[in-house]
Every structure is written in C-alpha cells, then in structure tokens.
Design a protein around this ligand. Structure first.
Ligand code: ASP
Length: 323
C-alpha cells in the first residue's frame, strides 16, 4: 500500500507555465491524469514555447506536427497521438484516444479526424515567428520547402546535424514537455507533448507518442518520461527501462543512471541530448540529463511555488557532442 503523501507534480523545466495549475488540480481532489493534462495544456498553449503545441517549429515542409501521450499507472492504460496537424490540445486528444477508442495510438489524418469528431476546434499552429525561424534556417542551408521528397530524405540528416550544432541558433531544434503526477493515494500518471524535432522529415514520430520510449507509468514501481532525441529513447525503451530497473530493486537514481548509460550502446551518428524525469512509487523524484547543468521542476501540495533542482549529469561518453 503506497504511503499517503501530498500530491506531487514533477515536470521538465518548460512546464513552469503549467505546474501550479497541475498541483491545484490535485489540491481540489483531481486525479493524477487530470493534473498532467491540465499542466501540459498550458504549455501547449504557450506561444513562447516553440517545442510544444501552438507555435511549435514545423517539419521540413513547414507543417507543425504534434505528438503526445498519456499513461495511467493503475491498469497501465495509455493513449497517444502522432503527427497531429491543425489542433492544439494534443495531450487532451491522447487522453481521449485512451478513454474513447479501443486503441492506444492514432496518427496523422486519423488523429485530426478524431479531434474533429471529439468537437475540438481547429487551430493554425504555425505562428509567424515559428515560420520565420523555420524559413531562416532553411534559407541559411540553401534549402527551400519545395525540393523533392527524395532530396528531403537525402538532406535531412545534414540539415538536422547542422541545425543541432549551430551555436547561434535562435531556438533549440527540439524540445518536449514532460509531466508526472502522483496523487495523495499514490496513483501515478505521466503526460508528454511535443512538436518534435524541427525540420523533421514529414510524418516522423519521435519517442513522445510511443509508450515505453518517451513515457511509462506503473503504480507498482514508478513513472518516467523523456525529452531529447526520440530515436535514442525509442531504441532503448528508455522510460520503460527506468521503471523496470526500479522494479528490479534499483533506487530511483540508480535506475536513471543505468537507463542513461544504456544509451551509450547506440550506434547513432546523430546522437544528441537525452533527458529523463522520474518518480518512484513512494513519491521520490529525480531527473538526469546527458547535458551538464540542466534542471527540472517539482511542486507538491504543501508548496507555494515550484523548485528547480539540477538534474544528475550522465554524459554520453561515446559522443563528444554531449559530454
Ligand atoms: N523527444 C522529442 C522527439 O524526439 C524531441 C525532444 O524532446 O527534444 O520528438
């Protein structure tokens, strides 16, 4: 039986705009799932965050494609959407997939159709500012939005690498929001939302909508969620690994460290940053990053505002870019 504790919310640092709302949901008796959805919706609506929801940076064609997922630690129920265009509340839609459909993941046109059927209002996700950033970066690389699909495939690695390594970049080429909530009864929920890697190949899904890669929750052991290069978390099942390592008896920080060290086995010319936030079944929390100095946030019902500790640094030793 889990210990009764004040409700807790843990998030990636770009969850600052939503964490108080999420804790308020717990304070008023809402579920952990309701808390993560409420927090993430505010991040998705934030026009200053170009990595999530409205105003996210687009794919190579200039289209904003959103990925999101939710998982509930009791019964391991989950829902996700990928490549969603034209609707802002990707995490709410992921929740609806979980609750309304006999499926776990809906993508592309099917996701947009489902949003419309659920009564969501269409939104132009691409803002002028995000469009300017997208165009400037393509023009810098002498790329235009109308070269052939084949050329896109050939060029995308080069573009992503160039963008990732550009020290003067006006905004990071990627980013995601993670929220994990634990209610007073010890029930866990996790939510993840992103516009994915900017300039991605159209239709590319990252780890965020893939249960076990970008998120996982099991009330018996804990929950975890990732940001960073999704292709790495997908290949190592990173969020699931953290929870499984706790199941096998590791502490939260051992589980985080081991899951990060697993990434070192990846042969990946695009190896990049990876970040994990996690909560154990007793409400302990922690976070890790391949980049030194990164932070995460947490707040429980007894606190007036969030705290922002530094994450454990676990470098990808085989990749000098991330050391
Ligand atoms: N994990 C996200 C993705 O791969 C992006 C990010 O968090 O930076 O789509």
């Amino acid at each position: 039986m889990a210990k009764t504790m004040p409700g807790l919310v843990v998030a990636s640092s770009n969850g600052r705009v939503g964490i108080t709302e999420a804790v308020d949901v717990l304070r008023t008796g809402g579920s952990a799932l309701e808390a993560v959805v409420a927090g993430i919706k505010l991040v998705e609506a934030n026009p200053n965050d170009h990595s999530v929801g409205f105003s996210g940076l687009p794919n190579l064609l200039g289209e904003v494609e959103l990925d999101a997922s939710v998982m509930v630690g009791q019964g391991l129920t989950a829902g996700a959407v990928g490549g969603l265009q034209g609707f802002q509340d990707a995490v709410e839609l992921a929740r609806m997939v979980m609750e309304e459909l006999p499926h776990s993941l809906i993508t592309g046109e099917g996701a947009a159709r489902f949003a419309s059927e659920m009564g969501m209002s269409p939104v132009e996700l691409l803002t002028d500012e995000a469009s300017r950033i997208w165009r400037a970066r393509l023009e810098k690389g002498q790329e235009t939005g109308d070269v052939s699909q084949r050329r896109f495939a050939e060029k995308i690695g080069e573009i992503v690498r160039r963008v990732s390594q550009d020290p003067e970049k006006p905004a990071p080429p990627h980013g995601t929001v993670n929220f994990i909530a634990r209610d007073r009864e010890g029930r866990l929920a996790v939510g993840v939302s992103t516009s994915g890697w900017a300039w991605k190949y159209p239709g590319r899904l990252g780890d965020s909508p893939i249960i076990g890669a970008g998120n996982y929750a099991d009330d018996r052991w804990g929950a975890a969620a990732c940001t960073g290069r999704g292709e790495m978390a997908m290949r190592c099942c990173t969020a699931h690994s953290v929870v499984t390592f706790m199941r096998c008896g590791m502490s939260l920080s051992e589980a985080l460290t081991t899951a990060m060290q697993d990434l070192r086995a990846l042969d990946d010319p695009y190896a990049s940053e990876m970040n994990i936030v996690a909560v154990d079944r007793d409400g302990g929390h922690g976070a890790a990053s391949t980049t030194a100095g990164k932070t995460y946030i947490f707040m429980d019902e007894s606190m007036e505002s969030y705290e922002e500790p530094t994450r454990m640094h676990v470098p990808l030793v085989d990749s000098p870019r991330c050391a």
